[in-house]
Design a protein around this ligand. Structure first.
Ligand SMILES: Nc1ncnc2c1ncn2[C@@H]1O[C@H](COP(=O)(O)OP(=O)(O)OP(=O)(O)O)[C@@H](O)[C@H]1O
Ligand SMILES: [Mg+2]
Length: 265
């Protein structure tokens, strides 16, 4: 998968410019950067949901969208009517639809894939629960299960562990790692820099354009962080980063992270 000198945006607003990256098959890649940096836009470009203004995007050997069946995209926020009576099983089965074709009904194999995917995110006991009755973190896990059920070659996950409790976060990272070991490519955005440094193989730091791209350990480099996050940060011994909003000097407990919102200025 590669992007070559890609620029993109919305209306006349630039979100990304001159982005060039090449992601090898089987990569476990974290995309980091402050709010508004263009992380979600990058994933939408890869999913074929946003057209580049210029440059070239190549996914699984072709233009985005051509191999849609082999790509599972989980957006940052789902546009879902939470009052609609749809069960957890229904939602995850949607991941199987591209394989079914227009008239085929889900079969035994599809049900197996759905239950297995839900078991992987520890939600198989909620098969018949209405999606609207789940907590925020449980919903996120169900949408990740939908991606797993699709058995794709490329996962595009927009903040898959945001709002997920630490134990489940570890579980989800284990299973993304397992997918990468099976030569599936995993691209996930995150604000959890510690997790990105520890659990991902590679990191792409962006702030409208590529700031740094390399082994995840580079997130422990203060210069890389300063460039990505605009300087409002502190690097603690051991590398934990506190990104501090310059205008609000509340006493952040160690481990708390404050993210500076570029758009707020
Ligand atoms: N649908 C949209 N219409 C107009 N502008 C948008 C739209 N989506 C994003 N933008 C703008 O594009 C820029 C990049 O947004 P994007 O959502 O890619 O950032 P992000 O890195 O994912 O941020 P966050 O960490 O908050 O999720 C921002 O300036 C944002 O305001
Ligand atoms: Mg985003």
């Amino acid at each position: 998968m590669s992007l070559t000198d890609v620029s993109a945006g919305y209306g006349d607003r630039v979100a990304l410019e001159h982005v060039t990256v090449s992601v090898a098959r089987g990569s476990l890649l974290a995309v980091v950067g402050p709010n508004g940096a263009g992380k979600s836009t990058l994933l939408k470009l890869m999913a074929g949901l946003v057209e580049p203004w210029s440059g070239r995007v190549e996914i699984l050997g072709g233009p985005p969208g051509r191999e849609a069946r082999r790509v599972a995209y989980v957006p940052q926020a789902e546009l879902v009517d939470w009052g609609f009576p749809v069960t957890v099983e229904d939602v995850v089965m949607m991941g199987r639809f591209p394989r079914l074709g227009p008239v085929r009904r889900p079969g035994r194999e599809d049900r197996r894939a759905v239950v297995e995917a839900l078991a992987q995110v520890d939600m198989d006991h909620h098969l018949g629960t209405q999606i609207g009755r789940l907590s925020g973190g449980q919903r996120r896990r169900v949408f990740l299960a939908r991606a797993l059920a699709a058995e794709p070659d490329l996962f595009l996950l927009d903040e898959p562990v945001t709002g997920i409790d630490p134990t489940t976060q570890e579980l989800l990272m284990d299973l993304l790692e397992a997918q990468a070991r099976r030569n599936r490519t995993v691209v996930a955005t995150t604000h959890d820099l510690a997790a990105a440094a520890q659990r991902f193989e590679q990191v792409l730091a962006i702030n409208r354009t590529v700031v740094a791209y390399g082994p995840a350990g580079m997130l422990l480099d203060a210069d890389v962080l300063a460039k990505a996050y605009g300087g409002h940060l502190l690097v603690l011994p051991g590398g934990a980063a506190i990104l501090d909003d310059a205008h609000h000097h509340d006493d952040a407990a160690p481990g708390e992270r404050h993210f500076h919102d570029r758009d707020a200025h």
